[in-house]
Design a protein around this ligand. Sequence first.
Ligand code: E4P
Length: 217
Amino acid sequence: MKFFVDTADTNEIRDLAETGLLDGVTTNPSLINKSGRNFLEVVKEIAGIVPGPVSAEVVATDHAEMMREAEILRKIADNITIKVPLTIDGLKTCKALTGEGTMVNVTLCFTANQALLAAKAGATFISPFVGRHDDIGFDGMQIISEIRTIYDNYDFGTEILVASVRHPVHVLQSAMIGADVMTAPPAVIRQLFKHPLTDRGLEAFLADWQKTGQTIG
Ligand code: E4P
């Protein structure tokens, strides 16, 4: 499963990229706002840090204007993925852009039927938001299973990008279901490395090593 980070914080992205485990980045207008930086500048910087897909979202709601914005965004770098909302105009834009060889991430997906539409529109990625579903009392991961089944039934090439990931259990469940990608905030990715027994075990090993009085090399 590929790991994308969901942030526009370039310090965090640089730091996580050094682990060698980062396959891409997703941003959205709220994350750009949170960064306090110019959209085009920050996206360009991110695309230079991570060679994998970097999602940059259009903010227009009609097809013609989405195409105009996408034109500007995709010129920034070859790894820019245009993010469009799951609307009729968004899917029209998806079809047109993927037809021209541009990667498209269809966002704000909340049902398996919406994911079916995105696949038919040739989306590179579909982003079902699991956390926001959980927030209103539904099981977000159930939709990921449904989408996996549908995409496998018809051999769709669209990658399932689990979004709105809130905790490590979402990551685990995504991997168990066979999602292609998950995107999570930096803090959730850092949590994946952690276990108290790892820390405790390391402390004990190092304390015992000290007692040997030896050094390596
Ligand atoms: C995905 O691309 C979105 O940017 C993101 O995962 C939304 O997450 P949130 O529901 O925590 O805002």
